[in-house]
Design a protein around this ligand. Structure first.
Ligand code: 4NP
Length: 158
């Protein structure tokens, strides 16, 4: 069976996109459909390559029973050839991804995470890196909401 390939992208790949990946995987497992998707996350910047996610984001995730499995990597041109969907956390990620995107053989559809927000479709997932702990919880709540609708969309558009 072909598994759909999803890549979540933010700037540093240590806060928002690892949480998006972790929440997405957690929801898939709850639904018993984990084997239908291949999931990863990446950053548009290479500040923290090989690092684990930010400790504050790991703690927030664990408080909701979510684990954050992946190590930081940078998004590449190849990702556009291999993934079905690349999901950006904010508009500046979309702008940066547009400069990484190759001109030929692109497979990936580029989407914005909050396009799937049933409360506010017009925002970004805010960067919590320089703020307090409440910002990390806010990111979790947004990503839970958005990924619930995103999975619903994916399952309806097979
Ligand atoms: P992220 O947050 O894009 O959600 O991973 C950031 C992490 C690190 C930095 C900026 C944003 N930084 O400047 O190091």
């Amino acid at each position: 069976m072909y598994s759909k390939k999803i890549l979540f992208v933010c700037l540093g790949n240590i806060c928002r996109s690892p949480m998006a990946e972790g929440v997405f995987l957690h929801l898939l497992n709850e639904m018993g459909i984990g084997d239908k998707y291949t999931v990863d996350s990446a950053g548009t910047a290479g500040y923290h390559i090989g690092a684990s996610p930010d400790k504050r984001m790991v703690a927030t995730a664990l408080s909701h029973g979510v684990t954050l499995p992946s190590k930081t990597r940078k998004c590449t041109e190849q990702d556009f050839l291999q993934y079905d969907y690349i999901v950006a956390m904010d508009q500046s990620n979309v702008d940066d991804l547009t400069t990484i995107k190759p001109t030929n053989n692109v497979r990936a559809q580029l989407l914005k995470m909050r396009d799937f927000d049933i409360i506010d479709k017009h925002g970004d997932v805010p960067d919590p890196y320089y703020g307090g702990q409440e910002g990390f919880e806010n990111v979790y709540q947004i990503l839970l909401r958005c990924n619930t609708s995103f999975i619903d969309y994916l399952e309806k558009n097979k």
